[in-house]
Design a binder for this molecule. Structure first.
Ligand code: ADP
Ligand code: MG
Length: 239
């Protein structure tokens, strides 16, 4: 399942502070889009507005052609995976995965089927009875992705999901995310400040800076034809 995502003239203000200024962006079904930019440029805020965790101050957001910016998070057809995983510590992996589905009335049998499938895909079937504190960082990461997969979203939203992992695991997980995208065919938005992650994962990169989009393009376009001095400096030179 996948859906287009349309962001139309979206502005976000906290009081008098404007953190995103008139952002417009069209994402195609099944596209893997990376929001890339330095810390504080508004990547998480934009993602959280798509997820419904933040209100839009001005503008519109649509998923699959349906306007969602006034809908509650659970009704938008998107699922978010957080940097800190945000697993419920007192619940097992299985309970973490089933909890959200029970809440929206998915039948028990269907829940079990989805969990089995997701656990197989992520190779965490043997971890379902464990609580998060008994998992490694990489295993927590998988559990968090599993919790998103069982919602069968049309789009996955990842907020710096690799930044708590060590370098070796980060590389492996990056590869697995690319495989997951190929297998599920879902639309994916991935937020990072890491140029290498962006270059290796993205169909298209959205470079953000100072409340604005600086450039949208394929990794090759961004790398070889930076539209601004900022993009050239940020993508061209190592962090
Ligand atoms: P990024 O994810 O790119 O690091 P964020 O989206 O987290 O950036 O933040 C963008 C800007 O919005 C920052 O200047 C941050 O301080 C500000 N900001 C984020 N959340 C709030 C909030 N709840 N209240 C006020 N300012 C916020
Ligand atoms: Mg952030």
């Amino acid at each position: 399942m996948s859906a287009s995502i349309e962001i139309a003239n979206v502005t976000k203000r906290y009081g008098t502070l404007t953190v995103l200024d008139d952002i417009s962006l069209s994402i195609s079904p099944s596209e893997f889009v990376v929001f890339l930019g330095p810390s504080g440029c508004g990547k998480s805020t934009l993602l959280r507005m798509i997820a419904g965790l933040e209100d839009v101050t001005e503008g519109m957001i649509s998923v699959g052609g349906q306007r969602v910016d006034t809908l509650p998070p659970g009704k938008r057809g998107v699922a978010m995976v957080f940097q800190s995983y945000a697993l419920y510590p007192h619940m097992t992996v299985h309970e973490n995965m089933s909890f959200g589905l029970e809440n929206i009335g998915v039948a028990k049998k269907e829940i079990e089927k989805r969990i089995r499938l997701a656990a197989e895909t992520l190779e965490i079937a043997h971890l379902l009875d464990r609580k998060p504190q008994k998992l490694s960082g990489g295993q927590r990461q998988r559990a968090a992705i599993g919790r998103a997969i069982v919602k069968e979203p049309k789009a996955f939203l990842f907020d710096e999901p690799l930044s708590n992992l060590d370098a070796a695991l980060r590389g492996r997980t990056r590869l697995e995310l690319a495989q997951l995208h190929a297998r599920l065919g879902s639309t994916m938005i991935f937020v990072t400040h890491d140029q290498v992650e962006a270059m290796t994962l993205a169909d298209r990169i959205v470079v953000m800076h100072n409340r604005k989009i600086e450039q949208i393009g394929t990794p090759m376009e961004i790398y070889h034809h930076p539209a601004t001095r900022f993009v050239a400096g940020f993508v061209g030179s190592p962090a």
